[in-house]
Design a protein around this ligand. Sequence first.
Ligand code: ZN
Length: 64
Amino acid sequence: MATAPPDTAPVIDRPVSIARLHGEACWFCGNVTKDLLPAGSITLLGGTCWPIVTCGCSPAAVTK
Ligand SMILES: [Zn+2]
């Protein structure tokens, strides 16, 4: 049974790859060769919200 992603996007306080922010790579492992699926969104410390994607290696919820 799938769980819905949280309404509030987690705040990321570390540098992240621009490819991941642009949905060109899996947010969790950086994979670019698999089909990437929407995995909610994250918020950077500056307040910018970005949609993220996952290759399926991790649950959609962002926990770190
Ligand atoms: Zn992945």
